[in-house]
Design a protein around this ligand. Structure first.
Ligand code: ADP
Length: 508
């Protein structure tokens, strides 16, 4: 075939055709090649054609070319070629060796086919399939949780809401899109929101389950109490795939609890008042008799001494009766004191950390209600103490309740309560630190006095009873104002019953 015919044939082929030497220099590029790239045959000849290949693809193209030379076999590579309008489009570069009669490869020829549209269509299809799958998956999940007779939500690993079941939508009157903004759209009662956000944020950040209570707005605007529990679902590598959240309405339980604690408080008050009334009546009765005797006898004695006929024997006898009645009165008082002070102490070995943990578990919901953020720093290897476990827990409980009380009106800083134990020489020390209103200077000396209270409904007996409990354990009790921040720290120290461990670490 003559050269002209070959050239016409190459120009007519539906692709960009070329012939090159093994070093990559182009010997021939068909018209389509030049028309497509906008390069003239002169510009494209030699290594000039490379200027039309996308700079990021040149290296892989060179690797491909080296591979071809080494294999001496046809091969293909994908690379972007610049069109005359400056737009890069993807091409399949196919090349094959041209061997001469002696089998030597002196040239390579090839055809570049544009695959941009085919690839774009393929990518679009894959994207559609992927989003269909995601939709189907979330559809299946939503339908599955719709059937559960509870309030269920599914969250992404970062805590954002992915799906909620029908009951949540019906209860809140919100769509999934609206519920995604639960942190800002009043879904949770504003009073409960900061604590909820904190517990939730910590749970998501640390990948640990959470349990909390808050008020959730119903479709009609009424807030009702819910218990919220979230657990992470992990894949085989331990990565969190999603979170499952179960909400349970506890409005009735909450009301009952409030009712119960009101009833309890009233009962305790009635009990206290009636005990005091009974006690007062008993004391009045017991002491009144000898007092009446004392007054009568003293009067008789005076009369006898004042009479013209001095009756010294009679006066002596009445004075003795006065003394006898005074002794009776003092015996009554002593009996009463004995009744209150000589309570037998139950002694056992008490692990103070455990005792404190139990108290915290008992007061957990009360602390949560008061939006108190609890921190513990229990020393490990703490030796036990000998004493009455229940009484010591009474003291700890009293510290904790007082700390929560002191922070009731604090809104400009976290209501943090830290409870810590430590070994201090031969003593075990427990302290409860709060960020509350602190101790007023005029109160400082009176806190542990019986019936001293600055609270509207306080009895003022908690700390005085605590002091007698700690003293009966051979220990000390005290309170100090925090020196680095508002609030105070109440502590007690009691002797431990075994030699201190060599080193201490924190149990948390
Ligand atoms: P009550 O709690 O019934 O008042 P307490 O004997 O337990 O009786 O406490 C006596 C008083 O000590 C309280 O009324 C309060 O003034 C003060 N107090 C106790 N704990 C704290 C505390 N953590 N912060 C500030 N004041 C406190």
């Amino acid at each position: 075939m003559e050269i002209g015919l070959i050239t016409s044939l190459a120009d007519a082929l539906p692709g960009l055709v070329w012939v090159a030497l093994p070093d990559g220099r182009a010997e021939f590029l068909n018209r389509r090649w030049c028309d497509y790239t906008g390069l003239s045959p002169q510009e494209a000849s030699g290594m000039g054609w490379q200027s039309a290949v996308h700079p990021d693809d040149r290296l892989s193209w060179l690797e491909y070319w080296d591979g071809l030379l080494a294999s001496r076999n046809p091969g293909e590579v994908e690379a972007r070629l610049r069109r005359h309008d400056g737009q890069y489009r993807r091409f399949l570069f196919s090349a094959a060796p041209i061997a001469n009669a002696s089998g030597e490869i002196a040239r390579w020829c090839g055809i570049n086919t544009e695959i941009e549209e085919k690839l774009a269509a393929q990518e679009e299809l894959y994207a559609r399939i992927r989003s269909d799958e995601t939709l189907r998956e979330s559809d299946i999940r939503t339908r599955a949780i719709d059937g559960i007779p509870g309030f269920i939500g599914i969250l992404a690993p970062d805590g954002s809401v992915e799906a909620v079941n029908r009951r949540i939508k019906e209860y809140t009157g919100q769509s999934l899109e609206e519920l995604k903004n639960w942190g800002t759209n009043g879904t949770i009662h504003e009073v409960d929101l900061p604590h909820t956000a904190e517990v939730f944020g910590q749970s998501i950040a640390l990948g640990i389950p959470h349990a909390m209570e808050f008020r959730l707005r119903r479709h009609d605007g009424e807030y009702r109490w819910f218990d919220d529990r979230g657990v992470p679902m992990r894949d085989d590598n331990g990565n969190i795939v999603c979170w499952y959240v179960l909400l349970t309405e506890i409005e009735i339980r909450k009301r009952n609890e409030a009712e119960l604690s009101r009833a309890r408080a009233e009962l305790a008050h009635v009990a206290r008042v009636s005990t005091i009334n009974m006690l007062t009546a008993a004391i009045a009765h017991e002491v009144n008799q000898p007092l009446t005797g004392i007054v009568t006898n003293a009067n008789t004695c005076l009369r006898m001494l004042a009479s013209d006929r001095l009756d010294l024997d009679g006066a002596r006898a009445t004075a003795q009766r006065t003394l006898r009645d005074a002794d009776r009165a003092s015996a009554v008082v002593q009996r009463l004191r004995a009744m209150f002070t000589h309570k037998e102490l139950t002694t056992e070995t008490v692990a103070l950390n455990e005792a404190a943990r139990e108290v915290l578990a008992l007061s957990a919901s009360e602390l949560q209600r008061g939006r108190v953020v609890l921190q513990t720093d229990f020393a490990s290897g703490l030796p036990p103490v000998v004493g009455d476990r229940v009484q010591l827990q009474q003291v700890i409980m009293n510290f904790v309740v007082n700390a929560a009380d002191a922070m009731r009106d604090v809104d400009d800083r976290p209501r943090s309560l830290s409870i810590a134990t430590t070994l201090d020489g031969p003593e075990v020390l427990l302290s409860v630190r709060d960020a509350g209103i602190g101790i007023a200077p005029e109160s400082a000396g009176k806190l542990f006095e019986a019936f001293y209270s600055t609270k509207g409904h306080g009895m003022g007996v908690g700390l005085s009873v605590s002091r007698s409990i700690i003293q009966s354990h051979g220990g000390r009790i005290w309170a100090v104002a925090n020196d680095d921040c508002p609030g105070s720290t109440f502590s007690f120290a009691i002797p431990c019953c075994s030699p201190p461990a060599a080193s201490q670490a924190s149990e948390g």
